[in-house]
Design a protein around this ligand. Structure first.
Ligand code: NAG
Ligand code: NAG
Ligand code: NAG
Ligand code: NAG
Ligand code: NAG
Ligand code: NAG
Length: 539
């Protein structure tokens, strides 16, 4: 059914990794100023103007689709109506997505349960309590010391018990991905459509393929960008790309330059060893902290998500750190001012509780982890053979979930596959993604016969971290006409990884006016993917 409007659905606040959260590129950066609690939830999408050009609604959905008496949740849903791209919306990423997909689409986003929706997932009674648990702003490396892994495991266990004990709303066991997929179908139906058109990035990719596995006949378009996995990884390939592209960029653009990749690698190892022995204290006019082994490794790992934004500053920060100045690296990690207690205990229902929601989904979704500490140590040592960044990869998924308690019987545990979706899926992978390796995407491809895959030749997590007109053209063709790229299609990025900090926007004589506009929109999207380094909850 087509009521004259088309929709492209992009979930809100879903870009996450295991120790790092990225703010959603879709619409999330605007959502903190809207009072969602003043909207009355309803069984239909009752739109209210919000954030000037957007429309917001709170949709009542069953907490448990198999049991109506379990109660309801109220989902935050937001849309940018079609043809709303005006001058003052051009700066928003929602509008930029409309440029990418086509101005005839409503861009619709929604909150996977537990973030902006109610009930919220919250393990703490006050922000102060949360801040004390998370004291220190950075995730610590599981390789930081001999007791890092046992410590992480023990904290995960405290948190698992706390979450279960404080789950008074009962939301936790219903926050699983299968239920969010059911919400997506309901939202689609509330729009008057039978089938879903969807673009999922990172965790959004898990949602997309779960939807396709559960509702294969409800697929109109599903575009999967960055198949997330915590097992086999291409993380070391991203590090190698950092070295190689620094050599290629030269000393003016890459401050950590050496004439060969192996010389840069040696220099980084020397710096890391020195910081392990002697951390660097940092005090700036507005913040303070230390750059130690964990901080250094964590900045590096975070930069792998968004090389086009962070590799220039990270290279400068590494060079400065050699001279004892940790302030540049610190400013990359320090995304919020030090916590100040306002001593009030009224919990705001709609504050972004991303980390706890993510933790709950991550632990509650899969098979229960029953490993002993010794087994976890073996698992870690084995994983360390595949990546030297396993210190951040394994922690979130396995070690910290070992104490999780809340699992719903009958949750979807796979297989993530369907013999016959009503339309082929389109998968996309970058050439070096720290948490979504090509091998994982190929495995997903095998589960959905008839689907297609193509590659964007750039490092980083998901294609949107590097603007590519070529990639967007395939997006549009798939969304508008259902055209799949030919096997083996590879798209290049349209900007260099290392570029001058405040370089003038290079005029591209080869681009049409439409492509110029598209490139500008893609840059807005890429710039909006700001990594927020939060402490992962286990340590
Ligand atoms: C349905 O939910 C109600 C309320 O939470 C609960 O008491 C009941 O046991 C549930 N039924 C099933 C079959 O899970
Ligand atoms: C990603 O790949 C893994 C295989 O490594 C697979 O098990 C998983 O389901 C995939 N996830 C998504 C979201 O496609
Ligand atoms: C904290 O909450 C309690 C119980 O709701 C209330 O009585 C008290 O006044 C609150 N304190 C502050 C500082 O808001
Ligand atoms: C952990 O740190 C040691 C140095 O103390 C290093 O030799 C080793 O390679 C590191 N392991 C990983 C997996 O990074
Ligand atoms: C797949 O779906 C198409 C169209 O719905 C149908 O014609 C075809 O028989 C199906 N194939 C299988 C193997 O189910
Ligand atoms: C879709 O197909 C039509 C008709 O062939 C064509 O004019 C249009 O350019 C195509 N759209 C895209 C985005 O390729």
């Amino acid at each position: 059914m087509d009521l004259g409007r088309k929709t492209a659905m992009i979930p809100l606040s879903t870009l996450f990794s295991l120790s790092t959260l990225l703010v959603s590129p879709a619409l999330a950066q605007t959502t903190s100023t809207f009072l969602w609690d003043q909207l009355t939830p309803g069984k239909h999408l009752n739109w209210v103007t919000c954030y000037s050009t957007f429309q917001c609604a709170r949709l009542e959905v069953p907490l448990d689709y198999a049991n109506a008496s379990a109660g309801t949740a109220d989902l935050a849903v937001i849309r940018l109506p079609a043809n709303e791209v005006g001058v003052d919306t051009l700066v928003s990423t929602g509008a930029s997505f409309q440029v990418v997909f086509g101005s005839e689409y409503d861009i619709v986003s929604f909150d996977p349960r537990g973030h902006y929706s109610t009930p919220v997932a919250s393990f703490f009674q006050t922000d102060a309590e949360r801040a004390l648990w998370n004291a220190g702003s950075l995730p610590s490396s599981l390789n930081a010391s001999a007791d890092a892994l046992p410590h992480d495991w023990a904290r995960g266990s405290v948190l698992g018990q706390l979450a279960a004990q404080r789950d008074t709303s009962g939301i936790l066991k219903y926050m699983t991905t299968d239920n969010v997929a059911r919400d997506m179908l309901l939202i689609t139906e509330k729009f008057g459509f039978e089938k879903l058109k969807y673009y999922g990035i990172s965790y959004g990719s898990i949602l997309g393929v779960t939807f396709a596995a559960l509702f294969p006949d409800k697929v109109e378009r599903i575009l999967i960008d960055a198949n997330l996995t915590i097992e086999a990884t291409d993380t070391d390939k991203v590090l190698q790309t950092f070295f190689d592209s620094c050599v290629a960029a030269g000393p003016d653009l890459c401050a950590f330059y050496e004439s060969t990749a192996s010389a840069i690698a040696d220099r980084l190892t020397a710096l890391t060893n020195s910081i392990r022995k002697q951390p660097v204290p940092v005090v700036t006019p507005t913040a303070y902290g230390i750059i130690d082994y964990s901080a250094l490794r964590s900045v590096l790992f975070t930069s792998f998500y968004v090389p086009y934004i962070l590799w220039g500053p990270v290279a400068q920060g590494l060079a400065a750190l050699e001279g004892g100045d940790g302030s540049i690296l610190f400013s990359i990690t320090q995304t919020a001012p030090p916590f100040q207690c306002d001593c009030s205990n009224d919990t705001v229902p709609f504050h972004l509780n991303n980390a706890e929601a993510v933790f709950a989904v991550q632990c509650g979704d899969g098979v229960q982890v029953t490993d002993t500490l010794d087994e976890l140590r073996d698992f870690y040592d084995n994983a360390a053979k595949t990546s030297q960044f396993v210190e951040f990869l394994v922690g979130g998924g396995r070690v910290t979930c070992a104490g999780w308690k809340v699992y719903r019987e009958g949750r979807f545990l796979g297989p993530v596959a369907a013999a016959n979706t009503s339309f082929p899926l389109l998968l996309l992978t970058t050439s070096a993604d720290p948490v979504a390796p090509e091998a994982a995407a190929l495995q997903t491809l095998a589960g959905f016969p008839g689907s297609a895959i193509f590659t964007q030749d750039s490092p980083g997590h998901a294609s949107i971290t590097a603007p590519s007109i070529c990639t967007s053209t395939y997006f549009r063709q798939y969304f508008q006409n259902g055209t799949l790229p030919a096997p083996g299609t590879v798209c290049a990025a349209d900007i260099p990884i290392f570029s001058p900090p405040q370089g003038p926007p290079a005029k591209r004589a080869d681009l049409s006016a439409d492509d110029e506009a598209l490139l500008a929109a893609l840059k807005v999207i890429a710039d909006s993917v700001r990594p927020v380094i939060t402490k992962k909850y286990g340590n």
